[in-house]
Design a protein around this ligand. Structure first.
Ligand SMILES: C[S@@+](CC[C@H](N)C(=O)[O-])C[C@H]1O[C@@H](n2cnc3c(N)ncnc32)[C@H](O)[C@@H]1O
Length: 224
């Protein structure tokens, strides 16, 4: 994770503690808008603002007619909350018990949202096995870790395999932070991950746009 990301995380944690989770969540969307405008003003650097990620997730759901969203890495539910109006069903998976509980309480009144506590590499295959219609996956559970050397890439490959080899055709996967895939410690670079996906799953197209990996079905496969 870059210094800027660490700084932003530390600031948001501090603010959350100071004003309380409920107040913070209420005003956070304003912060996302400001962050987005600030990103444009800086000439759209590689690290994209959260609002752009929200727009991308909503757009892919619309474009591929996907009504279910599966997220890894709930964090404080900042993707779940705005996606409620774009999807009929949302599953979000969080490893940290405290964070999972905060989101469980936050979304307790909404039966369309399920926050699952546990390791994404265990829970993604389970959720995939239950799906009967294609879904959009937002893979955002820190696969490259706080430092690139600490992430667990095998976890990501396990999840991608479960999603892309599912008998339910048409799952689409988006994954954040492509810039972090720098190939440290013999791990994939971003380009190598794209190549791995397309080799293992020839009916899929993988590309990186604005720091987000996008894995979709090739048009020839989709029409088959
Ligand atoms: C970058 S944050 C997610 C941000 C959130 N998706 C959003 O869009 O606002 C990464 C989250 O992944 C969680 N995480 C890390 N390892 C995980 C794992 N193995 N399984 C599930 N969640 C994990 C962390 O606890 C953290 O809350």
């Amino acid at each position: 994770m870059a210094t800027e990301d660490c700084y932003n995380l530390a600031m948001s944690k501090l603010l959350r503690r100071m004003v309380g989770e409920a107040q913070y969540s209420k005003f956070k969307p304003l912060g996302h808008r400001f962050d987005y405008l600030w990103w444009i003003a800086r000439g759209k650097p590689v690290r994209s603002p959260h609002l752009l990620k929200q727009m991308t997730v909503a757009e892919y759901g619309r474009r591929y007619g996907l009504r279910t969203l599966v997220e890894t890495g709930t964090y404080y539910g900042e993707m779940v909350a705005p996606m409620r109006k774009h999807f009929d069903r949302i599953y979000s998976i969080e490893l940290d018990p405290q964070l999972a509980e905060i989101s469980r309480q936050r979304f307790a009144g909404d039966p369309s949202i399920t926050v699952l506590e546990g390791d994404s590499q265990v829970l993604v295959p389970k959720v995939v096995a239950e799906l009967t219609a294609p879904a959009l996956f937002w893979l955002d559970a820190g696969y490259y870790g706080v430092h690139p050397a600490h992430g667990d890439l095998s976890r990501l490959l396990t999840e991608l395999r479960a999603i892309l080899s599912s008998p339910v055709a048409g799952h689409v996967a988006l994954m954040d932070d492509a810039r972090c895939f720098i190939g440290a410690e013999n791990k994939f670079t971003a380009a190598q991950l794209v190549a791995w996906i397309e080799k293992e799953f020839p009916d899929r197209k993988a590309e990186i746009v604005r720091d987000i990996f996008r894995v979709t079905r090739r048009e020839s496969a989709a029409g088959a």
